[in-house]
Ligand binder design. Structure first.
Ligand code: ATP
Length: 523
């Protein structure tokens, strides 16, 4: 059995080999934490974006989209708090010269205590079998209690230090917990310093006074500054949402784990504006909706979990992450935040404009509260890749590498293959391709043995292979081969369209999310 680390390496290599993800400017040895999407990657990414966009703007009559510019007036970032507070605490190890996020080092230490507890529980479970009472064990086992007590104490101390922005205390915690650098193995740490994550550039020529501007570190602010524009021109009534997909930039201190943490990435964010006092109800609503959206893809319900935030951002009164089980542990893919009226109030304050909504039902004006759902396209991409990649041991010793992608997201939906390159089979295959190509992304492949061609499609996650043989010319039927089961059916050419449509139609997923309310999704 491959370790999780080996599996992850294989997935990264697979992404490159099959045209999903390449290192940026690779011929110059790449650029750290920046990646390019290849011919299959871009299709998968676009399908993810479409699934998200439509689940927001088609399923909800009261959600509309925008596409704001990446450059924004610099005061935006003063108002949002990013200039002053968008920092990570960094710490260097003097021996390895490696840089770390102090908060991440401590969180990993907390996770270590949790792992120890879990190990005790698993051991006892094995020993006692069916009669095992886990709750009782957790409450009474001395070793579990000891780990739990250490974990809780550390957690409390860490939360207090983060909330107070106490950098000396963060360093002290690292020293007291005897956390070592994984590279050098030493505890030779520098002090903890704050580091602002925003990239800066200049607009205009220096001669006429260039203006310092930032590459946006999140797409959300483009929505907030357009709140009045959209509300007025779209005659939107509260509650309503604004959705956006776009690039964001963060000068991450530690950029590891492939597309999980990049310096240039893409976000899909939706800000939902509600009446003050109703925000926690909507927070729960979006929390549930977003998890259903993930689970509908069928990668396995047990791969997701919520993680409620200990430390709330300066603007939030509730926050949770949806985490996915990556090969390197459960990791945040999406954040759902109750942002109060912080952003709109700040923009009102800094711009001097009144940013309010007149509620005709209440007959009063107020600054709406906001629930945000924010998901990284690239992290979503990675979770889909990790959740789909598998190696199957076949009879005869062969290994089959399959990307079991949800058909809705697969870059290529079907591949048409003539059994041989002659006797009119290629022409027939092209005819079939032409009948499908306007509705589905379909490939044509006539090179190598049919087995090899199947494997190539398995590796990029194509749900269907359509093989044209000599009989096809007489009976109008083809062999349809299914990716997951490798089963083969003889089907009529005219039935192909419907078979593929049923498998890749996002409507089936939307039904899983909102039940039969497809026609009636007004909030
Ligand atoms: P983390 O704690 O992992 O740094 P975050 O809490 O700062 O993430 P948010 O500011 O809530 O992230 O951003 C929302 C979403 O944007 C995240 O859930 C993630 O999917 C994505 N995201 C954030 N930073 C990055 C990054 N550097 N690379 C790729 N995706 C990112």
């Amino acid at each position: 059995m491959a370790t999780q680390e080996e599996t992850f390496k294989k997935i990264v290599a697979h992404c490159k080999e099959y045209g999903f993800v390449f290192p940026s400017s690779e011929i110059y040895d790449g650029l750290a934490a920046v990646y390019d999407y290849g011919q299959n990657g871009v299709e998968l990414k676009n399908n993810i974006k479409r699934y998200w966009w439509d689940s927001m703007t088609l399923l909800h009559q009261n959600i509309v989209g925008i596409d704001a510019a990446i450059f924004m007036h610099p005061t935006t970032w003063k108002a949002s708090g990013h200039v002053d507070a968008f920092n990570d605490p960094l710490i260097d190890n003097r021996d390895s010269k490696k840089r770390y996020r102090a908060d991440v080092l401590i969180e990993e230490q907390i996770a270590k205590y949790e792992d120890k507890i879990q190990k005790e529980v698993d051991k006892a479970k094995k020993r006692f079998g069916d009669s095992f009472d886990e709750q009782m064990f957790r409450q009474t086992n001395p070793r579990v209690l000891e780990h739990q007590q250490k974990r809780d104490a550390l957690h409390e101390r860490y939360s207090a230090a983060m909330n107070a922005n106490d950098l000396d205390e963060l360093k002290q915690i690292i020293l007291d917990e005897e956390i070592v650098c994984p590279i050098s193995g030493t505890r030779n740490w520098t002090d903890v310093r704050q580091f602002n994550l925003m990239f800066q550039t200049e607009m205009g020529s220096t001669a006429d006074g260039a203006m310092k501007i930032y590459l946006r570190p999140e797409t959300a602010q483009g929505i907030f500054v357009n709140f009045l524009n959209v509300q007025k021109t779209g005659r939107m009534k509260i509650p309503f949402g604004i959705a956006q997909i776009g690039k964001a930039f963060r000068n991450e201190i530690v950029a590891r784990q492939f597309v999980f943490r990049m310096r240039e990435f893409e976000q899909m964010e939706m800000q939902f504006f509600v009446r003050p006092g109703e925000e926690l109800k909507w927070f729960e609503h979006w929390k549930a909706f977003r998890l259903k959206w993930h689970k509908a893809l069928g990668l396995g319900d047990d791969k997701y979990r919520y993680h409620d935030h200990e430390k709330l951002a300066h603007y939030a009164n509730a926050a949770t992450d949806i985490e996915f089980q990556m090969p390197f542990g459960f990791k945040e893919v999406e954040g759902i935040h109750s942002r109060t009226n912080f952003d709109l109030s700040q923009h009102a304050k800094y711009s001097g404009k009144k940013i309010e909504y007149f509620d005709p039902e209440l007959n009063q004006s107020y600054t709406p509260f906001v629930i945000e759902t924010s998901i990284g396209v690239d992290r979503m991409f990675l979770s889909v890749m990790c959740g789909s990649y598998r190696e199957e041991q076949l009879e005869g010793g062969d290994v089959r590498v399959v990307l079991g992608l949800p058909p809705v997201l697969a870059p290529v939906k079907a591949c048409v293959m003539p059994l041989v390159k002659k006797d009119g089979l290629p022409e027939k295959a092209r005819e079939i391709l032409n009948s499908l190509k306007f509705d589905f992304k379909v490939q044509y492949d006539e090179k190598d043995s049919i087995g090899k061609r199947y494997r190539r499609q398995d590796a990029i996650g194509t749900p269907f292979c359509i093989t044209v043989d000599h009989d096809t010319l007489n009976d109008g039927c083809v062999t349809l081969r299914y990716r997951d089961t490798m089963a083969q059916d003889r089907v009529k050419i005219e039935d192909l369209h419907e078979i593929i449509r049923r498998a890749v139609d996002p409507k089936e997923l939307y039904r899983k999310i909102v039940g039969d309310r497809l026609e009636d999704t007004e909030e």
